[in-house]
Design a protein around this ligand. Sequence first.
Ligand SMILES: Nc1nc2c(c(=O)[nH]1)N[C@H]1C(S)=C(S)[C@@H](COP(=O)(O)O)O[C@H]1N2
Ligand SMILES: [Mo]
Length: 229
Amino acid sequence: MSGTRDALPPGQRTREDFPRFGLWPMASRFPRVLDHTRVELLGDVVRSPGLVETIDAAPRIEQVSDVHCVTTWSHRHARWSGVRFAEWYAAQVVPTLDPSRPPRTVVIRAQDGARTTMLLDDLLASDVLLADRLNGAPLTIAHGAPLRLVCPQHYAYKSAKHVSRIEFWHAAPRVRTVGFRFMDHPRARVAHEERGRWFPGTLLRVVYRPLIPITVAVFAKALRRAGLG
Ligand SMILES: Nc1nc2c(c(=O)[nH]1)N[C@H]1C(S)=C(S)[C@@H](COP(=O)(O)O)O[C@H]1N2
Ligand SMILES: [Mo]
């Protein structure tokens, strides 16, 4: 499933532009390393931790898919280029694993301090990518240079930009969330409207929606101030 369908998922509205977006503390934090797409491999099942290739480790593919922000805006038909997460995993992670302890939880960390936790099973879906290009050009800083995750079936807060480290865990580690804990659903599947934990997605819709214009402005201003956009 590519995440691109005719009807939008429940509670989403189309946005023609593709704004830089995130939690406010991230607005004025920028990646320092832009010259390579290697990531640091870590976690309790990884026997040889260290820097590994991503884009150069698997066949390059293109994918058109939608971006669904939890605050209810969706940007449709983004054209990503990169490698399938599952193929990168098979090439770079599986050979280093301890076969007696299968990984279950994946923690992805980013250069701006953002972090996200996903189930390995969700990341192995064929539409999950590690991407370094968007719409025919290298990723900009606004959209996640040098490397970002693309997981179209999950709210976009799981699609970490500026990825620097990927951790594979058998025993799920306790990872401090960036925002409030209720904002981070363990799976965050768009089709199930898993916007956050404890509160129904239909309630979070109306709470989050008014934050869109102000967040877009905060992120655009921080980019301009840094001389990046
Ligand atoms: N590293 C990092 N990744 C991130 C974020 C962030 O602030 N930092 N924001 C997330 C959120 S909430 C959204 S909606 C998308 C926005 O992607 P964009 O800035 O390319 O539009 O990135 C996600 N990935
Ligand atoms: Mo978002």
